[in-house]
Design a protein around this ligand. Structure first.
Ligand SMILES: [Cu+2]
Length: 484
């Protein structure tokens, strides 16, 4: 019964940015009267509780839908389908990945500690797969390792996973076929504790870190590559990732999960945070210490928490320089002079030993240079030298051009705003050209004064609770017992 009262998760299914938690809903409902997100079901019961941490707020995984469920005799039943999917990293950059239920990363599973869950899994991939519940303490038959704990699930076949979740924290699910992981088969598995952890957070976000090697004019990741040119937060490369909206003074949790080939040092501007959770659950407060950069290793999860006491649009990003840009291109590719043997140990001036002349020469195809942003077959590209549709350092024909050949190392960065292409309610009010400052694993935590927060939340609501449609909520849970 107790768990069923907490069916606020259903109400949260349709709420994207700025999802409200029940402990906060009363206050928020008053502040948002008429235009804020509706208080979620269950809020009334929570408001009548004695003061305390109360019920956890729903997690908000921006740009990713939640996986709906139906209650069957006390069991939350999910339908999970592995299949090829399309993803759009930035506007115009559509790629072919594998995912779950039409999305990459897969939809977010959000349940409560103690829940009995059942996954009706179907494989619509062209090859066998299984689902592993990363970090969950489940019976061996449910562990999802092919041949070891279960038979492979062949194309067109189904498998039912069922277990009780006895932990809480940031977990995830993924295929247990290594190369399939490289095509993106993973998603969040969030388990809320029975009572919210203290100090309670008012915003709870989730970000999945992924990396991809996709050559220009290709749509399919090269899963053998060790070198990645597209880096994404929740399937979006900066500046296309939806900013996180926070009201000044709120306490914020951001959950990070990484599956890939690299570890990512994720850095937050403007605040010191504490790591309050790992892939294994909550970290005791006695073990917290201040950080502003946390290394999220492969197969790890990290929960960050901080008090958003400073207003501003603050960066959250991977600090690996190559992970802060889009569509970097190796100095090799289809335009390589076929007759020329590759020499090793050469520099840019010698074309890295791979081509005639300077590696970034305008005489070479754009693919040799490092285009940034939404470069597609239809879009202008630049090898970053010579005339370009976008100004380099704001002066493609002047000082910048004159510096070519005179300043060692030039050129490096270019400046390419795309504010209009990535505009959505959550970006309202950002300064002109803001989008040029973001690429790859970069997004914003917008800590907004109440009036500005309300204004932008109204726009988010008017647009339908976020820029991306969420699946319809499942039918309301009937009253009755909660079977285990
Ligand atoms: Cu990184």
């Amino acid at each position: 019964m107790r768990l069923l009262r907490r069916n606020f998760l259903q109400g949260a299914l349709g709420v994207a940015a700025g999802a409200l938690g029940s402990t906060w809903a009363g206050r928020a409902a008053a502040q948002h009267a008429g235009h804020g997100p509706s208080p979620v079901p269950g809020a009334t019961a929570a408001q009548s509780r004695p003061a305390g941490a109360g019920v956890p707020v729903p997690v908000n995984v921006l740009d990713v839908p939640k996986l709906p469920w139906e209650l069957d005799n006390g069991v939350k039943v999910f339908r999970l389908v592995a299949e090829p999917v399309k993803a759009e990293f930035v506007p115009g950059k559509v790629v072919d990945l594998w995912g779950y239920n039409g999305h990459n990363p897969g939809p977010t599973i959000e349940v409560n500690e103690g829940d009995r869950v059942r996954f009706l899994f179907e494989n619509r991939l062209p090859e066998p797969t299984t689902v592993h519940w990363h970090g969950l303490e489940v019976p061996i038959e449910m562990d999802g390792v092919p041949a070891i704990s279960q038979p492979l699930v062949s194309p067109g076949e189904r498998f039912t996973y069922e277990f009780t979740v006895r932990q809480n924290g940031t977990f995830f699910y993924h295929t247990h076929m290594a190369m399939q992981e490289m095509l993106g088969l993973l998603g969040f598995f969030i388990i809320h504790p029975r009572e919210a952890h203290r100090p309670a957070v008012q915003k709870d976000f989730g970000i999945i870190l992924q990396e991809w090697a996709i050559l220009p004019n290709n749509t399919i990741p090269n899963t053998l590559s060790m070198e990645f040119n597209w880096l994404t937060f929740n399937g979006k490369a900066g500046p296309a990732a939806t900013p996180m909206l926070v009201k000044l003074g709120e306490r914020v949790r951001i959950r990070l999960v990484n599956i890939g080939m690299d570890h990512h040092p994720i850095h937050l501007h403007g605040f010191q945070f504490r790591v309050t959770g790992t892939e294994a659950g909550r970290v005791p407060e006695s073990a917290w210490y201040p950080q502003n950069t946390v290394l999220v290793g492969v197969a790890q999860a990290r929960d960050l928490e901080f008090d958003a006491v400073y207003p501003g649009d603050w960066m959250l990003h991977c600090h690996l320089p190559h992970h802060m840009m889009n569509q970097m291109v190796s100095m090799v590719g289809p335009m390589l002079h076929g007759s020329q043997a590759i020499e090793t140990g050469k520099g840019m001036e010698e074309g890295m030993g791979m081509m005639k002349g300077h590696a970034l020469s305008g005489e070479n195809a754009p693919g040799f240079g490092r285009g940034m942003g939404m470069t597609t077959a239809e879009k202008p590209m630049t090898p970053m030298v010579g005339p370009s549709p976008h100004a380099q350092h704001g002066d493609s024909g002047g000082a910048g051009a004159r510096a070519k050949g005179r300043v060692p190392g030039f050129p490096q960065d270019m400046w390419m705003p795309m504010d209009d292409e990535v505009a959505k309610p959550e970006t309202f009010g950002l300064p002109k050209d803001w989008s040029a400052a973001l690429g790859g694993m970069m997004t914003l935590v917008r800590v907004l004064p109440p009036d500005k927060y309300d204004e932008i939340m109204a726009r988010v609501q008017a647009a339908g609770s976020g820029a991306r449609p969420a699946p319809p909520p499942p039918p309301a849970a009937p009253g009755g017992g909660h079977g285990h």
